[in-house]
Write a protein that binds this ligand. Structure first.
Ligand code: SF4
Length: 405
């Protein structure tokens, strides 16, 4: 995908992690935990010759159990958790006259690498909230490990992602505790599809399963992370309601949906008129940053953008649905994939992250509240300027350049 342009590694390529996962599944020495990202349930069926957007979370969960995973969780739950933390951070910044605004999202590692390398002066704008992938690993190896009475070193945690940059994100030193990574390995959709095919798993015959409890229930806000604008839409639903006690009037936030490369939305919170921005694709991001640094951002009608509080950055066209680890296809497929994300919104039990009962349970049993000491320790991170050249390991290529043919 386009994300490759900003991959720390320049990694246009996909390092094949399937052999090490297969070894771990065979040896069975560890507790085997897997989680699937919001966008991969939308695209996996394409690998089995289906039309884009035949959403298959239940079949996906069953197929992962057939491979030998013991616990199948939903990274969408952790997208909800990201929203709780990031939305609360936004509100905190809005109340602090000295805080840096606008806040920038931080769940796209290709974007983070770009800031650390090219625009380190923007680091204070980045939300400190970890990405859903990293919150998944951090909670599995603390809260969940304790629940099942297994040591963190005895858990093997695999994420299924739309993205090649996620393979590097989990290797960051901030994403490890005592040298043990929170997420051990990240597989792309293409890699997991190869593993299913190797095991002769017949897509037609798989019976729909369920995710495991307690990290398997999500709201539809979590599901929106799959598409451009989704993180913003989900975060505002929660931040607005926490702040005002009222339901966000733009529960379907049309202006920030769709494939336009830069989208601007208006939000009124407690009589203040504010703006939010959404970017997808690398070229649009560079253009935005240059104008932002010059104080020269304008609306489509050439009016100055002056009340920008929050901006979402995704390096891939269409967001993660167009990520570098997705099934290869024509770029024309993106609208269909995005449509599937929005159509699926109403099939989930909650529409807002803070309504998710399992999220409430995690806070009451373990984290206490967003931005608590425990939340800061496990769910937040820091960034630093990066001038160094990347290690070679993730360069080894088994795949070619773009997912778009
Ligand atoms: Fe990865 Fe999504 Fe960022 Fe693309 S937009 S680099 S798939 S996190």
């Amino acid at each position: 995908g386009q994300c490759s342009v900003f991959c720390p590694t320049g990694a246009i390529s996909e390092y094949d992690n399937t052999p090490e996962v297969e070894r771990e599944l065979e040896s069975g020495g560890k507790t085997l935990v897997v989680g699937i990202a919001p966008s991969v349930r939308v695209t996996l069926s394409e690998e089995f010759g289906k039309a884009p957007g035949e959403i298959s979370a239940g079949k996906f969960a069953s197929a992962l159990r057939m491979l030998g995973f013991q616990y199948v969780f939903d990274v969408q739950f952790f997208a909800d958790l990201t929203i709780m933390e990031e939305g609360s951070e936004l509100l905190k910044r809005l109340k602090d006259p000295d805080a840096v605004l606008p806040m920038f999202t931080s769940c796209c590692p290709a974007w983070i690498n770009m800031v650390e390398k090219l625009y380190p002066e923007l680091i204070p704008h980045l939300s400190s909230a970890k990405s859903p992938q990293q919150m998944f690993g951090a909670i599995v190896k603390s809260y969940f490990a304790k629940k099942i009475k297994v040591k963190r070193k005895d858990i093997y945690c695999v994420s299924i992602m739309p993205c090649t940059a996620k393979k590097q994100e989990l290797r960051r030193e901030q994403m490890q505790t005592n040298g043990i990574r929170d997420v051990d390995v990240s597989l792309t959709v293409r890699e997991i599809a190869r593993m299913f095919k190797k095991k002769n798993i017949d897509w037609e015959k798989i019976v729909e399963g369920e995710f495991d409890d307690p990290l398997g229930t999500s709201s539809s806000s979590g599901s929106l992370f799959a598409a451009t604008g989704g993180v913003m839409e989900a975060a505002l639903r929660t931040a607005y309601e926490i702040e005002t006690g009222e339901i966000f009037p733009k529960l379907t936030f049309q202006e920030i949906r769709g494939l336009e490369k830069f989208k601007l939305g208006e939000v009124t919170i407690k009589n203040k008129e504010l703006q939010v921005g959404v970017l997808n694709s690398g070229a649009a991001i560079h253009d935005f940053i240059h104008k932002f640094k010059k104080g020269d951002l304008q609306t489509a009608k050439n009016e100055k953008i002056s009340n920008l509080i929050f901006v979402e950055f995704m390096a891939c066209p269409g967001g993660c649905i167009g990520g570098g680890g997705q099934p290869r296809s024509s770029i024309n497929i993106l609208p269909q994939r995005i449509e599937a994300v929005y159509n699926n919104e109403f099939s989930l039990p909650f529409r807002k992250s803070h309504d998710n009962e399992k999220i409430k349970e995690l806070y009451s049993e373990f984290l206490k509240e967003p931005l608590s000491e425990k939340s800061e320790e496990l769910l937040h991170t820091r960034y630093k300027p990066n001038q160094r050249h990347e290690e070679a390991e993730v360069h080894k290529s088994t795949d070619t350049l773009s997912i778009f043919q």
